[in-house]
Design a protein around this ligand. Structure first.
Ligand code: 3H9
Length: 717
């Protein structure tokens, strides 16, 4: 070994990049748990390793592998938004590509983002069968920033590169091989052994240096231009409001549109400029907040303290839309499911509801009849509660009424085995009262699924006071099994999501009565990034459900609180939204997109007169500010009262259950970007009109007084 390699070994004392010489091969291992992210120490270690290889005459080939479960998950996201530290990843990739000895990347697990860019800069690539390769930067509001937009099109062509970079999807090794992204698929589960074997072959055949910057997949210029034009059209349609996709297209276009001999360097430079613009965008901050938040929600006091119970067989009481959706979610998670209904008609309907989901998938070509049959073999139905005697968990999804729910729980208390978890899917009711009605309150929990339960990602885990920690831990484990995003909530009316929804809907209704049209409000929220406005959502959900709740709450409603009756007028006419063909919108012949309903505008006018309101105009900006102020204020209350553990739990609930645009990070993150003093000032100004509704949350007041923000509370838990 030469002095240079000794120097490299010394520099690797941090252990994140280690170098071993094995014959003529310099084996470079990245060992930076948990996912080998490319933090500054890894970047420095890689530069040193390549320098050492170049300086050592005995080394004929460099093999890069990752220790642990992944090759490299990408740049270290935790470094983003902080001052950059040298060397840059671009410099590292260029140095690898410039190495005078062939460099081989042997990939297992994730090779994502900067991780794949390291592999692209290497001269040869192999991946194990289970590997996941991709450039997912777009999902973080970014674009590949270490040569990915220039090397990928040169290697696999513009069309395929755009598909990968704009979708951010992960490729398996086989597809990567077919695209020409890698040279070989390793069949064993040992990346090092496969890498060493391939390295020996390369050495034996004196394989040449093969730099991706010189690859030729860009040869067909007409095809390149067509792919760029098609991507621009598709992006305008599908990536509405997103910043980074258009920058990605611009960077990829530069991979072929610059004719000078320096075009690769030019392309890299443009990529850097565009990458920095993405890095500076609030969307990047919002999306990275969402990335970490959805991992943080998995951590709760109970998951830290207790082990989950085993779940194999699960019961569902109720075969309506919700019960059937839950049954499908459980079946899809590989569990055995027994559905119980009160009579044969209801049971037949419940079975049909489950079948319908799978038949729909078969009709769309997404499921085979055999796969359906295999899944349905784990499903059974019964009229007798006694058939739930063996289940590990039962989820009740019956009519939303305390007496009805308590009657079901009394039956479950009789038949279920000791240790079985008794869960309710209630959206609003007091789960402490349900728990108190059975002999085993420590086994009772809320599992609040969202409709359609087999599709919606959010699962509120509602934790009553007396529940055992391992029951909560089991609920989290169930969520992961069902690929749901769990958010822990304490008991209150509406838990996290519906409680906040009720408040911002009231703010919207007040604006509607004061002069804004529901169509303007919907448009403002769509422009903000929601897929639908609140009145479109109301039409989709069905007005009758909210109407029933309002009637139930009428007796306890504060008589001094403002109550907008417009929705009641619609319901009294039988206009429940899409399912009745009309609501705030008209849905001709079962259409799913509505048109304005002129009669609604007339009803609103009459209601304004009845309430003695002279309508005024609202700017779009004011609508947004009021709507967000109501949402943020109630979010702050929910955190203040410990209904949510942290502000980030509110963010995740609203992102996954209520359509809040992900690139804005959730309402609490958004509030931080707007500035809490400005949100509080708005609330105080609105309070002059309606002091009962617009009461600033004590938490918001406290944070503003301390000069702090919601983010400061996220790390506290
Ligand atoms: C990029 O590369 C930009 C470049 O083009 C240009 C740069 C100039 N950094 O998900 P898990 C943490 S952008 C830091 O639970 P899994 C994660 O927070 C990047 N930390 O495991 C968690 O921490 P904790 C492009 C990271 O097995 C722990 O690791 N790359 C990073 O379910 C375990 O994560 C991506 O977007 C990171 N890059 O899934 C890939 N990644 O334990 C992002 C993870 O404290 N990562 N952590 O909660 C993933 O997709 C998944 O984490 C992965 C593993 C599939 C790798």
């Amino acid at each position: 070994m030469t002095n240079s390699l000794d120097a490299a070994l010394t520099m690797n004392a941090s252990d994140v990049v280690t170098c071993i010489i094995s014959g003529q091969i310099l084996q470079v291992t990245i060992n930076n748990p948990p996912v080998n992210a490319l933090g500054v120490e890894v970047r420095r270690g890689l530069l040193a390793a390549i320098a050492a290889a170049d300086a050592n005459v005995d080394v004929k080939l460099v093999l890069i592998v990752g220790a642990g479960r992944n090759f490299i998950a990408g740049a270290d996201i935790r470094e983003f938004g902080k001052p950059p530290l040298a060397p840059s990843l671009t410099e590292v990739c260029n140095r690898i590509e410039a190495c005078g000895k062939p460099v081989l990347a042997a990939i297992h697990g994730a090779a994502l983002g900067g991780g794949l860019e390291i592999a692209l800069a290497s001269h040869y690539r192999l991946a194990l069968s289970g590997a996941k390769l991709g450039l997912p930067e777009v999902q973080l509001g970014l674009m590949p920033g270490a040569g990915g937009t220039q090397r990928m099109p040169r290697l696999i062509g513009v069309k395929a590169a755009l598909d990968l970079i704009l979708s951010g999807r992960h490729l398996g090794a086989e597809e990567a091989l077919a695209l020409g992204l890698i040279d070989r698929v390793g069949r064993s589960s040992d990346a090092l052994a496969e890498g060493l074997a391939y390295a020996q072959e390369l050495l034996a055949t004196a394989a040449p240096l093969r730099r991706t910057r010189d690859a030729t997949a860009l040869a067909d210029s007409a095809a390149n231009a067509t792919a760029i034009a098609a991507a621009r059209v598709a992006t305008a349609k599908n990536a509405r409001g997103l910043f980074s996709p258009l920058k990605i297209i611009e960077a990829v276009e530069a991979s072929f549109s610059r004719s000078s001999p320096q075009s690769f360097e030019d392309g890299l430079q443009l990529e850097r400029t565009l990458f920095v613009a993405c890095m500076d965008s609030p969307q990047r901050a919002g999306l990275i907040h969402a990335f970490f938040a959805e991992r943080q929600v998995l951590k709760s006091p109970e998951t830290r303290a207790a082990q989950p119970r085993t779940l194999t067989e699960v019961g569902v009481v109720g075969g309506g839309t919700m019960g059937a959706g839950i049954a499908v979610a459980l079946l899809d998670a590989g569990l055995s499911v027994i559905m119980v209904e009160r009579d044969a008609v209801a049971l037949t309907r419940g079975l049909a509801n489950v079948e319908k989901v799978y038949d729909g998938l078969i009709a769309k070509g997404r499921l085979s009849a055999e796969a359906k049959a295999a899944t349905m073999s784990r499903f059974s139905a019964s009229l007798a509660y006694a058939s739930l005697a063996r289940v590990d968990l039962v989820i009740e999804a019956v009519f939303e009424d305390m007496a009805v729910k308590q009657a079901v729980f009394a039956e479950l208390d009789q038949v279920c085995k000791p240790g079985a978890i008794l869960a309710t899917n209630t959206s609003y009711l007091d789960i402490d009262a349900i728990a108190a009605s059975v002999s085993r309150p420590a086994d009772v929990i809320g599992l609040h699924f969202f409709s359609p339960a087999n599709i919606m990602k959010l699962l509120e885990i509602v934790v009553p006071t007396g529940v055992a920690p391992e029951v909560v831990a089991t609920a989290f484990a169930l969520a992961q099994k069902c690929r749901k995003v769990p958010v822990r909530a304490a008991v209150c009316d509406g838990f996290i999501g519906n409680r906040i929804l009720a408040v911002y809907r009231k703010a919207a209704d007040a604006m509607m009565e004061d002069g804004a049209s529901p169509y303007q409000i919907d448009q403002v929220l769509r422009d903000f990034g929601y897929p639908m406005g609140p009145y479109q959502v109301a039409d989709l959900a069905g007005g009758d459900i909210g109407w029933a709740t309002r009637k139930r709450q009428a007796v306890t409603r504060n008589p001094n609180a403002r109550y907008v009756q417009i929705a009641d007028r619609l319901c009294e006419r039988g206009w429940f939204g899409q399912k009745t063909g009309r609501g705030y919108y008209l849905y001709a012949d079962g259409a799913r997109t509505g048109t304005r309903n002129p009669e609604v505008e007339a009803i609103i006018s009459t209601e304004r007169e009845r309430a003695g309101i002279v309508p005024r105009t609202f700017t779009d900006a004011e609508i947004l500010r009021r709507y967000m102020a109501a949402m943020i204020n109630e979010g702050a209350n929910v955190v203040h009262q410990r209904i949510a553990l942290r502000p980030l739990d509110v963010d995740v609930a609203l992102l996954y259950g209520y359509g809040f645009p992900r690139y804005r990070g959730g309402p609490m993150h958004y509030a931080d970007t707007v500035g809490l003093p400005s949100v509080l000032a708005d609330i105080e100004a609105y309070a002059k009109e309606d002091p009962l509704f617009w009461q600033p949350s004590p938490l918001l007041v406290e944070l503003v007084a301390r000069g702090a923000n919601f983010a400061s509370l996220n790390s506290a838990e």
